[in-house]
Write a protein of this length. Structure first.
Ligand SMILES: [Zn+2]
Length: 132
């Protein structure tokens, strides 16, 4: 028997918004699209990691969310132009505003996931914390 716990892969932990340190505990208590606004756990329910590393830490996630929004909307505008060839600005405004509203819960959630999984110094996966 190997002393090393089984390593959990990174991508399912990212997709399912799991804790970056143990990849087991859920970061959010609510679903992405639901009637209630999204709520985060203060600490990881599996390993106890405090998600908000310092006061105001998630302000950084707003910048990530903004970058995600710009990337999505530029992609959408280019795709719209290629597919429709339209020069009507109202088409672009209507589609981009609607899609932006629809994607905002996605951006909110995954900007925090990206921040904690890849952009937080000193926070790494610790396989020994993945066990039961
Ligand atoms: Zn954890």
């Amino acid at each position: 028997m190997n002393n090393q716990e089984k390593r959990l892969p990174a991508w399912p932990a990212v997709v399912h918004a799991r804790c970056p340190r143990c990849r087991r505990g859920a970061m959010f208590t609510t679903t992405m699209y639901g009637f209630r606004s999204q709520q985060m756990n203060k600490t990881c329910p599996h390993c106890g990691l405090e998600f908000e590393r310092e006061p105001g830490y998630f302000y950084v996630a707003m910048l990530i969310s903004y970058a995600m929004f710009v990337a999505e909307m530029v992609t959408l505008a280019v795709a719209l132009h290629v597919l429709t060839g339209s020069n009507n600005p109202w088409l672009y405004i209507a589609v981009i505003m609607t899609t932006g509203i629809i994607l905002s819960p996605f951006n909110f959630r995954y900007s925090r996931v990206i921040l904690l999984h890849w952009l937080t110094p000193g926070l790494h996966y610790q396989p020994e914390l993945s066990g039961d």
